[in-house]
Design a binder for this molecule. Structure first.
Ligand SMILES: Nc1ncnc2c1ncn2[C@@H]1O[C@H](COP(=O)(O)OP(=O)(O)O)[C@@H](O)[C@H]1O
Ligand SMILES: [Mg+2]
Length: 252
């Protein structure tokens, strides 16, 4: 109910995506519709082959539907040219990947500045300021000049999250963002996503791990290219509390 008053950031209307493989057609998405409002933290779950990556590619403007409509921040994506989509993607979406996708041998602050290179509204000084601010927001103010290969997995993922935030995007899209991390570090990253959620960010977190749904505000389950469940979480667990209850790491 409360959601209806909030701005719609993402709207999918009967989105289908077919792939032709030889003489066969694979129906990866079979008519997916939903709206995501500003400030939601949505997990998208499903087993392997259920259509998660295909859906994420639609949401991230990396692919276009075979039919149906996708509106991102009110703009219809389907009719756009490739370069228009690239621009929209750069301005409206912050991506966080399983493998971090940072430039190696490049400092944290330089990695975070990258998305702003294509934005003429920022000069060098403003880029640096925005990158430092984003790194502060993820708790890495003391790691600005560390290179990617000098950081732990959790730190690299926090740099990637800072890079996703730096453009002040309409939505943050995370693809198995804790997939490469151990349990403790995964919870640290989840704590950060919950902090961003508390600050009003819109987050879509795609994962095959059902446990993560306990920490989001809404969970969408895909199966065979269709939505099987779409539920609000009335009892969002605290990732910080879960983290505090984990056994301490052993030194041996
Ligand atoms: N480029 C492609 N060409 C052909 N089939 C594809 C392609 N991408 C995905 N598929 C098929 O679409 C279905 C959904 O795949 P995918 O979206 O990758 O699922 P998930 O990410 O949930 O594992 C699968 O049956 C997969 O084989
Ligand atoms: Mg996948």
């Amino acid at each position: 109910m409360e959601n209806e008053k909030r701005k719609t950031v993402i709207e999918l209307d009967n989105v289908r995506r077919d792939f032709k493989v030889g003489s066969e057609t694979v129906h990866a998405l079979r008519g997916v519709s939903f709206k995501i409002h500003e400030g939601e933290f949505v997990t998208i779950m499903g087993t392997s082959g259920s259509g998660k990556s295909t859906l994420l590619n639609q949401l991230g403007c990396l692919d276009t539907p075979t039919s149906g409509e996708y509106y991102l921040d009110g703009i219809s994506v389907r009719t756009m040219s490739k370069s228009q989509r690239a621009r929209l993607r750069n301005r409206k979406i912050g991506f966080v990947f399983q493998n971090y996708n940072l430039l190696a041998k490049t400092t944290a602050v330089e990695n975070v500045e990258l998305p702003l290179m294509y934005n003429s509204e920022y000069n060098a000084k403003q880029r640096r300021e925005a990158a430092v601010k984003a790194l502060e927001a993820v708790g890495l103010a003391n790691r600005l000049d560390h290179k990617s290969n000098q950081m732990s997995g959790g730190q690299m993922q926090r740099v990637a999250i800072a890079r996703a935030l730096v453009n002040n995007p309409a939505v943050i899209l995370a693809d198995e963002a804790t997939g490469n991390l151990d349990t403790r570090t995964s919870f640290e990253v989840l704590v950060l996503f919950q902090k961003l959620y508390a600050e009003g960010r819109t987050i879509i977190f795609v994962t095959h791990n059902p446990e993560i749904a306990q920490y989001s505000s809404r969970n969408i389950v895909l199966r065979d290219g269709k939505i099987r469940e779409d539920t609000m979480n009335r009892n969002i667990l605290s990732a910080a509390e879960a983290l505090a209850q984990l056994p301490l790491p052993q030194d041996d």
